[in-house]
Design a protein around this ligand. Structure first.
Ligand code: NAI
Ligand code: MG
Length: 500
């Protein structure tokens, strides 16, 4: 089936399906102990999709206990590496076999276009499980060069129970980036999905069992951040929290760690990434296409969105014209279940309000809104925001400093390379950065000078499973994907043996 046919098929299924909304603990579905539920809402039309169990500290306790029991039994942690690999590879195959279902679920749960789910989120999640699974037997310890009467070696062992707290902007994919390495390293996992997008995680947990994963190794506790999430992050038997979300909550993770058991904390906390267009860019059309994708793709709800577009003054007018055309033609809000739709609603009404409020703040500060700036007409039932472009933005304005997490581009003009780098680095964030130039020296100088965890030269948001994903400064302290990510879910043990 083509992507359009797959999308069409699942669009029809969406009406009829009843979604599983219970928690998944110790290898089985379970309601919250309290019996409480919350509604999962389709942001494209305000409709209720499912009732979801609202887990709290009691359910986190049950899930952590189950994870710990599985961990201590050694059924997963001590499984021979290639067997564990086989489970994860089967898991990847099963996710791939359920691609359409995952696409439909995340689309109606959080609003992104189903075509994007089928071409980006699902294939990349599958790839993540495959890559990470294949890495399992490539992890090595080491032998130290000590003295001849000593054998000293370093083992890499799992941590125990790992808590994964994930956001809603790529529900399946962000979950994969956290749980794949945690599981591959032999840990048990308690996953707390975002309350805005709880449904795909439950399907994922069921498929893990179907792939041969032991009960208790992957548990899912849906619920709200301050209830289920906080209880997980404070839990004394959780050895690591892997978090993606806002800076504010990322900081809290470190506080919770200090207040409990000094668990390891890895954070990925978004950004205000600079995307620099130099006057000597080889092709302004291409640069504008990628700049538009960088801020309007996934409705702008992207941690590494290129939300500050820095343009050299010599080409400002020309670039802005092309960029506006790309935004207008390439990103048209509509029904995300329609396979031809390029832009869905915000994840919920509160995110829509938040984004529209930032747009007002931009207007009041004197930036010029040359496209969008409001909710598009005709789509009032959903939480939509029109693709919005501000020109005349100064880097001191709120819209240039705070993460908006919506389709709002701030265009900032600069004179020369030095000024571009100064503006690029004048931010508390440091996740991604991009530059378009035909001068090799400028490109690599930028890669050296910019304060960011990921730099794109003549492209944007590209990557690969080997490419570490994570930020500098307040964009967080962790790295996802890559071999380093897998190692971050292990701990070393130094062994010293004297030889008589
Ligand atoms: P958030 O940081 O509140 O939510 C992320 C995750 O943390 C969710 O699973 C949530 O339930 C959990 N959480 C919230 N409070 C918690 C607590 N006290 N203890 C433990 N877990 C907790 O982000 P939110 O409110 O959904 O979005 C607000 C803003 O955060 C967005 O507008 C955006 O700027 C940023 N954000 C960045 C993301 C990224 O990819 N880096 C993803 C999501 C949001
Ligand atoms: Mg929140």
């Amino acid at each position: 089936m083509t992507i359009a046919q797959t999308a069409e098929y699942w669009r029809n299924q969406a009406e009829a399906l009843k979604f599983e909304g219970r928690l998944f603990i110790d290898g089985d579905f379970a309601p919250a102990k309290s019996g409480a539920v919350f509604e999962s809402i389709n942001p494209a039309n305000g409709g209720v999709i499912a009732e979801v169990s609202r887990g709290d500290a009691d359910d986190i306790d049950r899930a952590v206990a189950s994870g710990q029991k599985a961990y201590k039994s050694g059924i997963w942690a001590r499984m021979p590496p290639r067997q564990r690999m086989a489970v994860l590879l089967r898991f990847a195959d099963l996710i791939e076999a359920h691609a359409g279902e995952f696409a439909m679920i995340d689309t109606i749960d959080m609003g992104k276009p189903i075509s994007e789910m089928l071409t980006v989120d699902v294939p990349l999640a599958v790839l993540c499980f495959r890559f990470t699974g294949e890495c399992i037997d490539k992890v090595q310890g080491s032998v130290g060069a000590t003295s001849p009467d000593v054998l000293s070696y370093v083992l890499r062992q799992p941590l125990g129970v790992v808590g994964c707290i994930v956001p809603w902007n790529y529900p399946l994919l962000m979950t994969a980036w956290k749980i794949a390495p945690a599981l591959a390293a032999g840990n048990s996992v308690v996953l707390k999905p975002a309350e805005q997008s709880p449904l795909s995680a439950v399907l994922l947990a069921r498929l893990f069992i179907e792939a041969g994963g032991p009960a208790g190794v992957l548990n899912v506790v849906n619920g709200f951040g301050p209830e289920a999430g906080k209880a997980l992050a404070l839990h004394p038997d959780v050895e690591k929290i892997a978090f993606t979300g806002s800076v504010e909550i990322g900081k809290l993770m470190m506080v919770y760690s200090g207040q409990s058991n000094l668990k390891k904390v890895s954070t990925e906390c978004g950004g205000k990434s600079p995307h620099v267009i130099m006057a000597d860019a080889a092709n302004l059309e291409t640069a504008a296409t990628w700049a538009a994708m960088g801020i309007f793709g996934n409705q702008g709800e992207v941690c590494c969105a290129g939300s500050r577009i820095l343009v050299q003054k010599k080409i400002l007018d020309e670039f802005v014209d092309i960029f506006r055309t790309k935004a207008t033609t390439g990103y048209v809000p509509g029904d995300p279940l329609d396979p031809s739709t390029s832009m869905g609603p915000m994840v919920d009404v509160s995110q829509q309000k938040r984004v529209l409020n930032y747009i007002d703040i931009g207007k009041q500060a004197g930036a010029r809104c040359i496209l969008g700036g409001d909710a598009p007409s005709g789509l009032e039932r959903g939480a939509f925001v029109a693709p919005t472009i501000f020109t005349g933005v100064d880097n001191t304005m709120t819209i240039a400093r705070e993460e908006i997490f919506g389709p709002v581009a701030s265009i900032i003009a600069f004179d020369d390379y030095g000024e571009a780098v100064r503006i690029a680095n004048d931010t508390s964030f440091g996740l991604a950065a991009g530059i378009w130039t035909s001068d090799l020296g400028t490109a690599h100088r930028f890669a050296r000078d910019v304060e960011a965890g990921m730099v794109y030269i003549n492209s944007y948001m590209n990557g690969d499973m080997q490419f570490p994903f994570g930020g500098w400064k307040q964009s967080g302290n962790g790295r996802d994907k890559c071999m380093d990510a897998l190692l971050s879910y292990t701990q070393t043990k130094s062994v010293w043996a004297t030889i008589e």
